[in-house]
Design a protein. Structure first.
Length: 277
C-alpha cells in the first residue's frame, strides 16, 4: 500500500550507529569498470569510487547512480550513507548531450543503461575482494540514477550481457526514477516531455514478478517532476498485479524532486538494515 511519510518521520529513525561510527573507512577512486573502452571519453566516464569499512567483513553494499537527467552529474558517495557500516560505490557513466560538436555527441540513453549494467556487474564480481557480501548488494540512485537502477533490474538482458543475473541483487531502490521512457530519450526523438511513451527503454515495459525486491521512493506528488509520483505508483500497482511479492512505495510529503533525496537516504538505510537481518 502507498505510504506517506512526513519529514519528522523520515528523520526520526536511526540506525544502530554506535558500532558503525567506530569503524574506519577507505575510499578508492576512479576504478575502471570496463575491461576496455572504445574511446577516450568512455575511458574517462566509466569509472567508480568505492567507500568501504576496513575493519569489518560481509558488509552490505549500495551501488549508487547519480541523477542529472542523463546529461549531467558525476559519481558521488552520498554523505547520509557514509559511516553506516556499509560500502558505497559511486558510479560515473557516459552522458548524453544535445551539442552535436561535443565529444559525447553520439551517446544514447542505451549507452547510459549499458554503463550502469557494466558497473553493477563489476561490483557483483569484485565486492568480495573488499570484504563485502555479494548477496547483499543494493542498487540505488536518484532521478536519472533511479531510472538506470530500474532498467537494469527489470530488463534481465542488460546484466546478462556481463554474465550477471539481475535477480542476484538484494534489492532495487530507485529514488524518484522515471518509469516510462526517459524524457531525454523522447526529446532526442522529437517527442514532447509531456507525451508519455512506454517502449523497450522504459522500466514499465519490463515489469516482471520475479525481479529483486523493490523500494520505490518519491517526493510529494504535487511537487514532483512531471508526474513522477504517478509513474512510480503505476509501477507499484503493476508489480502487485503480476504477483511481485515485495514491492513498497513511499511518498515524501512536502519534498520536491531535488530535495527528496536526503530523507530518502534514511528510508533506504533502514530498509537495508532490515533486509540484512
Amino acid at each position: 500500500m502507498n505510504k506517506t511519510l512526513s519529514f519528522l518521520l523520515c528523520m526520526c529513525f536511526l540506525l544502530d550507529t554506535t558500532i558503525a561510527m567506530s569503524q574506519t573507512y577507505k575510499t578508492e577512486s576512479s576504478i575502471p569498470y570496463r575491461q576496455s573502452s572504445p574511446d577516450e571519453y568512455t575511458t574517462h566516464q566509466c569509472v567508480l569510487d568505492i567507500y568501504y569499512p576496513t575493519d569489518n567483513t560481509n558488509f552490505a553494499t549500495v551501488v549508487w547512480f547519480h541523477g542529472g537527467g542523463l546529461t549531467g552529474g558525476d559519481k558521488e558517495i552520498p554523505q547520509e550513507l557514509q559511516n553506516q557500516g556499509i560500502c558505497i560505490v559511486g558510479v560515473r557513466y557516459r552522458l548524453c548531450t544535445d551539442d552535436r560538436s561535443a565529444i559525447n555527441a553520439d551517446v544514447k540513453t542505451s549507452d547510459c543503461i549499458d554503463d550502469a549494467a557494466a558497473a553493477a556487474a563489476w561490483v557483483m564480481k569484485n565486492i568480495e575482494k573488499y570484504g563485502g557480501d555479494r548477496n547483499r548488494i543494493f542498487l540505488a540512485g536518484h532521478s536519472a540514477g533511479g531510472y538506470l537502477v530500474s532498467m537494469i533490474g527489470f530488463d534481465k538482458s542488460r546484466l546478462a550481457k556481463y554474465g550477471v543475473d539481475a535477480d542476484d541483487f538484494a534489492a532495487l531502490i530507485p529514488y524518484s526514477g522515471q518509469m516510462i521512457t526517459h524524457f531525454h530519450n523522447r526529446k532526442q526523438r522529437g517527442i514532447s516531455e509531456l507525451q508519455p511513451l512506454i517502449d523497450s527503454e522504459a522500466p514499465l515495459y519490463h515489469i516482471r514478478k520475479d525481479c529483486p525486491p523493490i523500494l520505490l521512493i518519491c517526493g510529494d506528488r504535487e511537487r514532483e517532476l512531471l508526474g513522477r509520483y504517478e509513474e512510480n505508483a503505476y509501477c507499484w500497482r503493476m508489480l502487485k498485479l503480476v504477483g511481485h511479492p515485495e514491492v513498497h512505495l513511499y511518498e515524501l510529503d512536502g519534498f520536491d524532486h531535488g530535495s527528496m533525496a536526503r530523507p530518502a537516504h534514511f528510508i533506504a538505510l533502514e530498509y537495508i538494515k532490515n533486509a540484512s537481518h
